[in-house]
Design a protein around this ligand. Structure first.
Ligand code: FES
Length: 104
């Protein structure tokens, strides 16, 4: 698990991008704080590789700023075209006020 942020750094309704060095690759991760808790997905829209943190958070869904596809923060699945591929979901855990993400 990789430490990402203090839980109180991100209010409900906010999202933020993080870049984390893994063993062999850098992970571009979008962390969102929703009413249901923290979620972490890849920050790259699979449709045209734009950063999803440029879009907007709508409850448990993030909308891409370029063509408007919406992605579930829970499953990573596209909920609206033109994107057809899912984004990667990173398991995360909040422990003692710190948000950790699993890069494996
Ligand atoms: S780049 Fe995200 S929907 Fe097209």
């Amino acid at each position: 698990m990789q430490r990402l942020l203090q839980a109180d750094e991100l209010a409900v309704g906010e999202m933020r991008a993080y870049q984390v060095e893994g063993d062999e690759v850098r992970h571009d991760i979008l962390v969102a704080h929703t009413e249901g808790g923290f979620r972490a997905i890849s920050n790259r829209c699979p449709h045209d590789v734009i950063a999803l943190d440029l879009g907007c958070l709508e409850g448990d869904v993030v909308r891409c700023s370029l063509h408007g596809s919406r992605f579930s923060l829970e499953s990573g699945a596209p909920m609206e075209p033109p994107a057809e591929e899912s984004v990667r979901v990173y398991p995360l855990r909040v422990k003692e006020g710190v948000v950790w993400v699993d890069l494996a």
